[in-house]
Design a protein around this ligand. Structure first.
Ligand SMILES: Nc1ncnc2c1ncn2[C@@H]1O[C@H](COP(=O)(O)OP(=O)(O)O)[C@@H](O)[C@H]1O
Ligand SMILES: [Mg+2]
Length: 260
C-alpha cells in the first residue's frame, strides 16, 4: 500500500538559524509530489527530517497514522521509506550490481560514519536478491552495466544506480533529491520513463526535489514551493510556474547568486 505522508508545522533550527519554519503539507497515497524552490530553500533539510537524518525542533511528521519524527533512519526503512541523495555515495570500485545490493544506506554520504561493502543475505535469499537487483537494473536501462565497476559509469548513471538501490527496498514512500541534476538529455528521458512506469506498476508514493521544471510538470500531480524554509505556495506545477511569488523567489535568488 502506498503511504500517506503528512507534515505539520515542522521547524528546524541550526544554532540561531531557522532552516525550516512551520512547514506543513500532505502527500496522498500514490501521488507524485514535487518539492521545489531556490537553492538554500531547505528542500534537502526537509528530506533529512523525513528520513530521520535530521531531528526537527518541533512539529509532526506522520507516515500513514504513525508519528515518525525523531526516528532513526533505519527505523524509517521499516515504515517503507527509501530515498536517494543529492550527491550519490557509491562504492566506486565495487560493481554496479553490488552497489544496488548494498541497500539504502542509512547514513548521510560523507557523514562521520562510513559504511562498508556488506552483503547480509546468504544462500537462497541472496540469490533472489541478486536476481531482483539485476531485474531492476534491466528495467531502468542499466542492465548492460551490472557487472562493470561503478567508477566506469557517468554521474547520470550513478543516479540510476541509486534509484535501483532505493527500489530494491520495495518502498511505499520514495524521496528523490535532485534525481535529474547533471543528467544528459537522454538520461533525463530514461529517468522520466522509469518514474512513469513505477507509477503504473507499483503502489508507491513519490516525492521529488528537482529544479528541472519541465520534468516536474511532466511527472507531478502537485507541488509545494519552499522559500527561506517556509511554504510559499502549494498547487499544480503549472500554477507554481505562473505564480508571481514563485517567479520572484527564483529571480531574487539569481540576483543574489550573481552578486556573490
Ligand atoms: N547540518 C547543517 N548545519 C547547518 N546548516 C545547515 C545544515 N544543513 C542545512 N543547513 C542550512 O540550511 C539551509 C537550507 O539548505 P538545504 O536544505 O540544503 O537547501 P536546498 O536543498 O533547498 O538547496 C542552508 O542555509 C544550509 O546552509
Ligand atoms: Mg538540496
Amino acid at each position: 500500500m502506498a503511504a500517506r505522508l503528512t507534515l505539520h508545522e515542522v521547524t528546524l533550527r541550526f544554532g540561531g538559524v531557522k532552516v525550516l519554519q512551520d512547514v506543513g503539507f500532505t502527500v496522498e497515497p500514490g501521488q507524485i509530489f514535487g518539492l521545489v524552490g531556490p537553492n538554500g530553500a531547505g528542500k534537502t533539510s526537509l528530506f533529512n527530517c523525513i528520513s530521520g537524518h535530521y531531528h526537527p525542533n518541533s512539529g509532526s511528521i506522520t507516515i500513514d497514522e504513525t508519528e515518525v519524527l525523531g526516528n532513526a533512519p533505519s527505523r524509517l526503512a521499516r515504515h517503507g521509506l527509501a530515498r536517494t541523495f543529492q550527491h550519490p555515495a557509491l562504492q566506486l570500485h565495487a560493481t554496479v550490481l553490488e552497489n544496488v545490493l548494498l541497500g539504502a544506506h542509512t547514513h548521510l554520504p560523507g557523514g562521520p560514519v562510513s559504511w562498508s561493502l556488506r552483503l547480509p543475505y546468504t544462500g537462497r535469499a541472496e540469490k533472489d536478491r541478486r536476481e531482483e537487483a539485476r531485474a531492476l537494473l534491466e528495467r531502468n536501462g542499466l542492465g548492460w552495466a551490472a557487472d562493470l565497476p561503478a567508477d566506469e559509469l557517468s554521474h547520470g548513471l550513478h543516479k540510476g544506480i541509486e534509484l535501483c538501490r532505493a527500489l530494491l527496498m520495495r518502498p511505499r514512500l520514495l524521496l528523490l533529491d535532485e534525481p535529474a541534476a547533471g543528467l544528459s538529455h537522454g538520461e533525463v528521458e530514461q529517468f522520466s520513463d522509469s518514474i512513469k512506469r513505477l507509477r503504473e506498476e507499483e503502489d508507491i508514493t513519490i516525492v521529488i526535489v528537482e529544479h528541472h521544471m519541465g520534468l516536474i510538470a511532466a511527472l507531478t500531480d502537485r507541488v509545494v514551493v519552499l522559500d527561506h524554509g517556509r511554504v510559499l505556495m502549494e498547487g499544480t506545477a503549472a500554477q507554481a510556474q505562473s505564480d508571481p511569488r514563485v517567479i520572484e523567489a527564483y529571480i531574487g535568488k539569481e540576483a543574489t547568486d550573481d552578486a556573490a
